[in-house]
Design a protein around this ligand. Structure first.
Ligand SMILES: Nc1ncnc2c1ncn2[C@@H]1O[C@H](COP(=O)(O)OP(=O)(O)OP(=O)(O)O)[C@@H](O)[C@H]1O
Length: 251
């Protein structure tokens, strides 16, 4: 078995090699701040398969956000390559990278980054107005359970509801990849679980390949596959034979 396969873990039987949506090979990232160099990622290789839900698990500083930002085209690796459907994105033009981010990637961050002067519907419309094949913004909001709150401003919504608007905004353009960076980090236990339920629903109903970053090991139970990072490297890849629904998670 070659190194690439070994580090990617055993995919579900139905995930064949041609189901690879995204591949990172030997990615390293070094940040230089004056005299200080930080090796945020060291020689990371992994494959991500169509339709799977992957949890990237690791303690603070293990390199999770750096990896997600490189995968999403927000940052570039110092060395190594990123492939999307076999196309090398690390050597792509700025225009191609912009198109990749705009068309193929939906981001959800810990803090919702909604525009406070716009309603939930208008926040989602900002994205659907410039996407090539979006769903109706109303449909995206109904998908996350906010069909009756479309005309509310962020200040009139709870934290969990605001995060669900952010998820609706991320998925309304029908991205192939949904990248979530600590999506429940600012939420209490029950609200966090509701948000995870919405992410799981998007993955299941739309088939969006989904990566969720967390430092909370309990959340790994909802994943098809768990990739554990430590000190900038992958230390474990495992498949969940019996994945849990978010409502079954406890922490
Ligand atoms: N822009 C940057 N400049 C300098 N160092 C950085 C930068 N971004 C990240 N780092 C460093 O790289 C390492 C990995 O950071 P990263 O944010 O990827 O970790 P993380 O696992 O996502 O952590 P957290 O859970 O705390 O967000 C850390 O030591 C961090 O301080």
């Amino acid at each position: 078995m070659n190194e690439q396969k070994r580090i990617s873990g055993s995919p579900k039987p139905s995930w064949r090699e041609d189901g690879v949506v995204l591949r990172v090979t030997e990615i390293s990232k070094t940040y230089t701040m004056g005299e200080v160099k930080v090796d945020a990622l060291k020689n990371v290789s992994a494959d991500f398969y169509s339709g799977e839900l992957v949890v990237l698990l690791g303690t603070s500083g293990s390199g999770k956000s750096t990896l997600l930002n490189i995968i999403g085209g927000l940052d570039t690796p110092s060395t190594g390559k990123l492939f999307f459907h076999g196309r090398e994105m690390t050597s792509a033009s700025d225009d191609a990278l912009t198109a990749y981010r705009r068309e193929s990637i939906g981001f959800v961050f810990q803090f919702y980054n909604l525009i406070s002067s716009l309603t939930a519907l208008e926040n989602v419309q900002l994205v659907t107005d410039i996407a090539s094949d979006p769903m109706a913004p109303e449909e995206a909001l109904r998908l996350v359970g906010l069909g009756d709150r479309m005309h509310h401003f962020p200040s009139q919504l709870s934290g969990g509801e605001q995060q669900r608007v952010a998820i609706a905004r991320a998925v309304a353009k029908r991205p192939e990849l949904l990248l979530c960076d600590e999506p429940t980090g600012a939420l209490d236990y029950e609200t966090g679980k509701l948000v995870l339920e919405v992410i799981e629903k998007v993955n299941r109903e739309l088939g969006t390949t989904t990566l969720v970053i967390t430092h909370n090991a309990s959340i790994a139970g909802m994943a098809d596959r768990v990739i554990r990072l430590r000190s900038g490297g992958i230390i474990e890849v495992r498949c969940n034979e019996n994945k849990l629904s978010p409502s079954e998670l406890t922490w």
